[in-house]
Design a protein around this ligand. Structure first.
Ligand SMILES: *[C@@H]1O[C@H](CO)[C@@H](O)[C@H](O)[C@H]1NC(C)=O
Ligand SMILES: *[C@@H]1O[C@H](CO)[C@@H](O)[C@H](O)[C@H]1NC(C)=O
Length: 384
């Protein structure tokens, strides 16, 4: 299908469709997407600016500056927090000089690769980060601006924190926890949760297996030690593991994400490597014990490295009027190593499209999130 972008009010699209081989122009005008404005500030415009600015992890500088300028113009006090001398910045914003706030609305400004430009088709907005997590960022900003305009928040109530590196190593959140020095009692994390409150998400446990065999001609395998024959039975053993289930998060699941063995069909492979991830739903120790048992007594020619060990995260999720959702993906929540009374996870869009080529957000979802964040903030402020 071919798209002809058309400017209608702000954003719109008309398309031509081929049905039964006949090309005809349908004037199926989807209409302009509905916007949300506070004064002269437009939600769709901020979302468009954010998505249009490439910010693949480690290259978030431009989007950090863009957001900082925007928030300053909107009347907030803004700090750019550089992660050492990396030219990478977290953005921290609040009203007046009140750095410590009851609530922090937070999300991340990096995306997975590759950059995908902004486009609109019907009621969907496409582009890298359109959902994960620039929709959360834009909706949180507008929730705060709207609450401020209504006189419902004051300095010291709410701040905004946008971090880098969530998609890779949580470096932004870890750095903010250690060096920002601001205090909050509640954090509301923005990630695609279909505008439901996350009840929790799985942790991650990682193992890397490296086999050190001996190469030989495949016609004379007795002269070699095959890395395949070392690794494959062990991987099979891991696949047979039965993990316990958590009532909220379901079972832990195991994935052999990468296997790299050998060089050619006619060579007994000398080296091999496998990377295994378990998405952890119950106590980390239970998963650790099962995996270690399976790896007990394996060949000494296999080196075992335990690479990741993060337990599941349980979140606060009892707020009147909100549905809940259990999630299988990781977030920055465990990287916020600061004392918090309450932690909520909520945001527009679905994780199911988040890292794909067709990442997108429905205009409806974006708008609903502005209301959702406002309701959450009001709930938290009034229940303190
Ligand atoms: C989403 O966009 C469609 C088409 O542009 C529009 O009809 C609809 O009202 C929008 N939804 C909301 C909640 O604004
Ligand atoms: C880094 O980000 C800038 C600004 O968004 C962009 O122009 C540039 O292409 C990006 N570089 C890479 C290597 O992605």
């Amino acid at each position: 299908m071919k798209f002809f972008p058309l400017v209608l009010a702000s954003i719109g699209a008309v398309w031509a469709a081929a049905i039964d081989g006949v090309l005809f122009d349908t004037t199926l005008v989807s209409g302009s997407l509905q916007d949300f404005t506070v004064g002269s500030f437009s939600l769709l415009d901020l979302h468009k600016q954010l998505v249009s600015t490439s910010s693949v992890s480690y290259n978030e500088t431009a989007v950090a500056y863009l957001l900082a300028d925007y928030l300053r113009e909107a009347g907030l006090t803004v700090e750019l927090q550089e992660l050492d001398d990396s030219n990478r910045y977290n953005v921290y914003a609040y009203f007046g000089s009140a750095r410590d706030t009851d609530v922090v609305l937070t999300s991340h400004i990096d995306t997975v690769p590759p950059f995908i430009p902004y486009s609109v088709k019907g009621t969907q907005i496409f582009g890298r980060g359109s959902s994960d997590a620039k929709a959360s960022v834009a909706a949180q900003v507008f929730a705060l601006l709207s609450l401020k305009e209504q006189g419902l928040v004051h300095p010291g109530d709410v701040s905004l924190l946008y971090v880098v590196g969530e998609e890779v190593d949580g470096s932004g959140a870890l750095y903010a926890s250690e060096h920002l020095g601001a205090k909050w009692s509640t954090a509301i994390f923005g990630e695609p949760t279909e505008n439901k409150l996350g009840v929790g998400h799985k942790g991650v446990y990682g193992v890397k297996l490296t086999a050190h065999g001996r190469a030989s001609h495949s016609g004379y395998p007795q002269l070699g030690i095959s890395a395949s024959e070392l690794l494959l039975p062990v991987l099979n053993k891991l696949l047979q593991l039965k993990f316990p289930e958590d009532p909220l998060l379901g079972p832990s699941t195991l994935n052999i994400g990468k296997v790299d063995i050998g060089v050619a069909a006619n060579v007994v492979p000398k080296d091999g490597e496998a990377i295994v991830f378990v998405r952890v739903a119950t106590a980390l120790e239970e998963v650790d014990l099962l995996v270690r048992e399976a790896l007990d007594n394996i060949s000494p020619l296999i080196e075992v490295q335990y690479t990741h060990g993060i337990g599941p995260v349980y979140l606060d999720h009892k707020v009147p009027g909100f549905d809940t959702i259990a999630l299988a993906y990781g977030t920055d929540v465990p990287n916020f190593k600061v004392p918090l009374h309450k932690r909520y996870l909520y945001g527009p869009g679905s994780i199911l499209v988040a890292h794909g080529d067709n990442e997108n957000i429905e205009n409806e979802s974006l708008l609903e999130a502005v209301q959702g964040y406002q309701d959450l903030v009001k709930f938290v402020l009034s229940s303190q």
